[in-house]
Design a protein around this ligand. Sequence first.
Ligand code: NAD
Ligand code: MG
Length: 384
Amino acid sequence: MKRGIAILGSTGSIGTQALEVIAAHPDHFSVEVLTAQSNADLLIAQSQVFNPNAVVIADVSQYQKVKDALDPLDIKVFAGVDALAQVVELDSIDVVLTALVGFAGLQPTIKAIEAKKQIALANKETLVVAGQLVTQLAQQNGVNLYPVDSEHSAIFQCLAGEWHNPIEKIILTASGGPFRGKKKEELTQITKAQALKHPNWSMGAKITIDSATLMNKGLEVIEAQWLFDLKPNQIETIVHPQSIIHSLVQFTDGSMKAQMGLPDMKLPIQYALGYPQRLPSDFPRFDFSQFPSLTFEKADTDTFRCLSLAYDAMHVGGTLPCVMNAANEIAVSLFLNDEIRFLEIAELVEEVMQHHSVIAQPQIEDYFETDSWARETALHKIRG
Ligand code: NAD
Ligand code: MG
């Protein structure tokens, strides 16, 4: 039996790599649904190759173009964000890969869980915003959340066969991004182009900026809290510039397990889609002679404030991580739009967090209201 896969965000960095994995294993997977924000041309081209049941283009102005191209192939075409939440319920889907960016991932992920689809989770923002609600819902529906994020995949792989052994702590590795070793004074004039150049990974724009500010590691700390049911003080980070060790688990006997390999997102994507099987691959192999030393250093959280803001948000909990995420999404887009400077990303996120009255036990509506409030507040602070 082939596994039916829906890819939310098939035209992005994770989405296109997932399609490469699927193309290499036609006996294991079939593509049931593809979705994109606005890249109609790529969505059409992907659909012509993979022949899904249905596609969604979120940007309604592109609907007619996609519809005209795919009608002869008998592929159902939908448009708009609400369609994303509906299409994940299709019977033929077994696994939903959430590879879209930001808060937009929350609603379709919830719908997919309610429809009892297994989740391959790339969209970390979903767990940052509403980790408690989403993990509870997954448990109630007997749904597994398979991590795609490389650090969380590493932890997940280290935990295979260890389910009954308590974790003492986990250590998430961070590359340190393009500005590792720099101090605040050196970061005042950072340009968009410099921030978009990641040393080890090629990724979408938003996560690349998050990697440069270390917000990405902050988001991952909170993501790990929910995926592995950990207390905040059980989650540490370490900067490891070579990105070979993808993360580590320490058990209560003091033993540590790490997962390593070259930085290549196709591996964690394939592990999540194929679990529990390790499917063969021809991805480039690690060669010790190319990496004679693997190094580790503490993260500089004075310079990269976002990482400590994320720890603050995790400790307080409730709606604060949701506020942090929304303010960060706005800050990153303002930076990419040349409206604020690099160091102002953390400043803006912190300011919005300080203005928020936390709801300790939020319901689903609270997350949507809080997200809108934080976006408006952040925009207002910059644009007036
Ligand atoms: P990307 O920008 O390359 O692609 C995003 C995809 O989602 C595109 O197909 C786009 O059309 C779609 N999309 C964007 N906004 C949307 C919206 N509002 N509604 C519907 N569709 C929308 O992003 P990416 O780098 O592939 O990252 C995707 C997710 O995976 C993010 O949450 C990111 O943090 C996470 N992630 C990415 C990587 C990586 O290597 N790229 C690694 C770990 C985790
Ligand atoms: Mg990661």
